[in-house]
Design a protein around this ligand. Structure first.
Ligand code: UGA
Length: 442
């Protein structure tokens, strides 16, 4: 089948590559000419395991192509996927201007029936807005008889495992009441839907809602665990033991109950805020979502608070090694990363940071530029040199089994503040290192 994908961001590019890999002919369109040119040469703008190879192979075989030309893009296929960004507006609502602009473009340029599929995370009701936007443009063109079918098909990929998530999805949510659109989606996703039925067909608005409900639920689990961790600390319990104790209940399960320093990234903070905003728009006060968001904002400062307490509030002139800048492991993404809150608090207190991250160094450089109180180090060991303590902000595999001897010998004082509970406190203690983590006794 032929498919057009609008928006070569995370979601658009990975999904396009996966569809091409499955044998479809996919044309990606973006307004960013430099991005399109780079992709034509096999240069992928994001770090995502397996993506570059997938893009290059499918591009070389002619199934995955790139353009800035909207006319060509609309003419290319009956299926038009919208995967452009929905950045948060000032009030937390998701900004739909790019989505609506694509819808209008499709309306302006189409001259045969189209099935318009939203993959971007969009507020409930956006499908109807897209339908209206296209209908208005068609009417102005005197082409109101052209058939437009609207589908909501939210994406559930995770950064760091996006390729695998797209190639082997847990579920394929299709929101539409149009039998022909549903049949087209079934055909499009047939290669990913072979072993057992993964397609869940529902009403358009339910599909849009499902995406937010999933992310809000996952964010709630994390904030809940972080609250329990803070309490465990005050009540002399160990949250890691508690985590295993509750995870063994199949109704709770082990996934997504890792306590830490809050969730970041481009999805959870944005989607929780957008859902709060949407709830308030319909006259409902979402008490739980407010609490989930508030706990997360506070949790991002928990590690800094511990550092400050330990040094009696006197951080001026101190140097801290920071392992991990990305908002989670296996990505170079620092959007809403807890590391940023920590670094900014340390700087405000007059301390300096020596940071290392396996992938996010250049993003850090882009965000903060050159500054005297930030040293980006080539290795995790180099970041330790002359530092008063080590802080850990990201759960990279590469941080899980360090040489504790090196840490003890390189830091000026043997002290670790671990925001991700990577180590067994007894092991760290054996190496003569003071260890502060989340929800556990020291
Ligand atoms: C999230 C969802 O997991 C995906 O299902 C969804 O498709 C995606 O958002 C999206 O809406 O596009 P992602 O933002 O890539 O994916 O990252 P996650 O793996 O969910 O991690 C989010 C944050 O939560 C990270 O900062 C991570 O460190 C933190 N986290 C995660 C915890 O603190 N504890 C946990 O137990 C799990």
């Amino acid at each position: 089948m032929r498919v057009t994908v609008f928006g070569i961001g995370y979601v658009g590019l990975v999904q396009a590559a996966a569809l091409a890999e499955a044998g479809h002919d996919v044309l990606c369109v973006d307004v960013d000419a430099a991005k399109v040119e780079n992709l034509r040469q096999g240069i992928v703008p994001i770090f995502e395991p397996g993506l570059e190879a997938l893009v290059r192979e499918n591009h070389a075989e002619g199934r995955l192509t790139f353009t800035t030309n909207a006319e060509e893009a609309v003419a290319f296929a009956a299926i038009q996927i919208i995967a452009v960004g929905t950045p948060p507006g000032e009030d937390g609502s998701a900004d739909m201007k790019y989505v609506v602009a694509v819808a209008e473009t499709i309306g302006r340029l189409m001259d045969e029936p189209k099935t318009v599929v939203t993959k971007s995370t969009v507020p409930v009701g956006t499908g109807d807005r897209i339908a209206e936007a296209i209908a208005e443009v068609l009417e102005a063109r005197g082409q109101s008889d052209l058939v437009v079918r609207i589908v909501s098909n939210p994406e559930f990929l995770k950064e760091g495992s996006a390729v695998a998530d797209c190639l082997k999805p847990d579920r394929i949510i299709v929101g539409s009441s149009d039998p022909e659109a549903i049949a087209l989606m079934r055909e499009l996703y047939a290669p990913f839907n072979r072993n057992h039925e993964k397609m869940i067909v529902m009403a358009l608005r339910s599909a849009e809602f499902t995406k937010y409900a999933a992310n809000c639920m996952l964010a709630s689990r994390i904030s809940f665990m972080n609250e329990m961790a803070n309490l465990a600390e005050l009540m002399d319990a160990d949250i890691e033991q508690v985590r295993q104790g509750i995870g063994s209940d199949p109704r709770i399960g082990y996934h997504f109950i890792y306590p830490g320093i809050g969730y970041g990234g481009s999805c959870f903070p944005k989607d929780v805020s957008a859902m709060i905003h949407a709830a308030e728009t319909v006259g409902y006060t979402p008490l739980m979502l407010h609490a989930v968001d508030a706990r997360n904002r506070a949790q991002k400062s928990v590690l800094f608070d511990k550092v400050q307490r330990h040094f009696g509030g006197n951080l001026a002139g101190k140097r801290f090694a920071l392992w991990g800048l990305a908002f989670k492991a296996n990505t170079d993404d620092m959007r809403e990363a807890s590391s940023r809150v920590i670094m900014e608090a340390l700087w405000a207190a007059g301390a300096s940071v020596q940071a290392f991250d396996p992938e996010a160094m250049s993003q850090c450089q882009e965000i903060y530029g050159q500054r005297d109180d930030l040293l980006l180090c080539g290795t995790k060991e180099a970041a330790l040199r002359g530092a008063d303590a080590l802080l850990i902000a990201t759960e990279w595999k590469n941080f899980r089994a360090p040489s504790f001897d090196t840490i003890r010998e390189t830091l000026t004082s043997p002290l670790i503040f671990d925001g991700r509970n990577l180590y067994d406190p007894a092991v760290v203690a054996r190496y003569g290192i003071e260890y502060v983590s989340i929800g556990r006794q020291v």
